[in-house]
Design a protein around this ligand. Structure first.
Ligand SMILES: [Zn+2]
Length: 373
């Protein structure tokens, strides 16, 4: 039985860091575990211009510096945190212009554009209601400059069952999108269904520069839990996220995809902090906060599949496939996990006294992060 895993430092290809005081509470956990992160732009107001993205990146760096100066972290930890690089994303709206896309592609700061179908999830009101109808010119510009479109892949039609919204999106949006914009580079974010796995697996085409045209991120909660977790012994708000957890057959398809070694699949936690009282209320928020413990959770998922003995598969998913898709170098250094129990606290400090309840609060994980470099 493997006791130690050593891989190149991982990146998080789908992350919510929020802003202001909330950002200051959560940024260190990510900076300690991930060298880079694709930072979601669904702030209020959303990050829609290159200028706003540059300013947000500055606030993230400032929050990391503040954490380093807080006296909470060792000099070694501070050195790791200082290497953290946020990769910025623009929020696609009906008003996004092709010229802003060109500016973004040249900025070196903005790495992608995010599609939120209007009303699909947290702070998505400014999103797009008809992608192909509203954003043709912009998608054309993205195709030309090779800027990836990151997709929250769920239809928002209230008549479609909540558990079927991703599968419906594959047919009603993804397939026509690929047909109309065959060279558009797309990441199907936080996939949750066998239908999404099959769609991404079948599309392994590359562009003229050899880059994959379609990829997908997968969260730890969708690899480790099916929808029973939301109802186990009563309503469990901390297991509620969007897209919602699905049936076991879908979880098995995700586990197979993550451990397949296929270059289309990579790590994206979708770690999304919400204060405890906003999760545990009559109309609770969607989102799981996993960033500090995500890597041991991914290791657990790989171990379920017997895919951890050779850590190369784990490294591909966590540290190699993402950079290859985004055309970035693999991180230097070594990230290490050891088979030692790691306890997840019941609560972590956050902007309000209620704090934040991390995913799997109070549980003990099998793996501990022992080296970050
Ligand atoms: Zn997200």
């Amino acid at each position: 039985m493997i006791q130690t895993i050593q891989i190149a430092p991982p990146d998080d290809w789908h992350l919510h860091l929020r802003d202001g005081e909330a950002l200051e509470h959560v940024v260190a956990a990510t900076a300690l575990n991930f060298r880079r992160a694709i930072v979601m732009p669904n702030l209020k107001p959303p990050v829609t211009t290159v200028e706003q993205a540059i300013a947000y990146k500055g606030r993230i760096h400032a929050a990391v510096e503040k954490a380093c100066a807080s006296g909470t972290y060792s000099p070694e930890q501070q050195a790791v945190m200082a290497k953290f690089e946020p990769l910025m994303v623009l929020y696609l709206t009906g008003a996004t212009s092709p010229s802003e896309i060109e500016k973004a592609a040249l900025s070196g700061v903005v790495k992608a554009v995010k599609l939120y179908p209007a009303g699909a999830t947290t702070n998505s009101d400014a999103g797009v209601s008809d992608l192909l109808g509203q954003c043709g010119e912009v998608l054309k510009a993205m195709e030309v400059c090779g800027l990836p479109l990151l997709v929250h892949g769920e239809v928002t039609d209230p008549n479609v069952d909540v558990f079927d919204r991703e599968a419906a999106f594959v047919d009603s949006v993804m397939k026509p999108l690929r047909k109309q914009f065959p060279n558009l580079r797309v990441v199907f974010e936080h996939i949750t269904t066998k239908q999404a796995v099959d769609f991404v697996t079948e599309h392994s085409a590359r562009d003229s520069q050899g880059r994959l045209l379609l990829a997908a991120t997968i969260t730890p909660q969708h690899l480790l839990y099916n929808r029973n977790a939301i109802f186990k012994g009563g309503l469990q708000p901390h297991w509620y996220c969007l897209p919602v957890l699905k049936r076991e057959v879908h979880r098995q398809a995700l586990l197979k995809a993550a451990t397949s070694g296929l270059p289309q699949f990579f790590l994206g936690t979708d770690s999304a902090p919400h204060a405890k009282h906003l999760k545990e209320m009559s109309c609770g928020c969607a989102g799981c906060y996993s960033a500090p413990y995500a890597m041991p959770m991914y290791a657990e998922a790989f171990e379920q599949m017997g895919a951890l003995e050779d850590s190369r598969l784990f490294e591909q998913f966590c540290s190699l496939n993402g950079p290859a898709f985004y055309g970035l170098p693999v991180n230097e250094g070594i990230y290490e996990l050891k088979r030692e129990p790691m306890e997840i606290p019941e609560r972590l400090p956050f902007v309000t006294d209620s704090g934040i309840v991390p995913l799997r609060a109070g549980e003990t994980l099998d793996w501990t992060v022992t080296r970050l470099s």
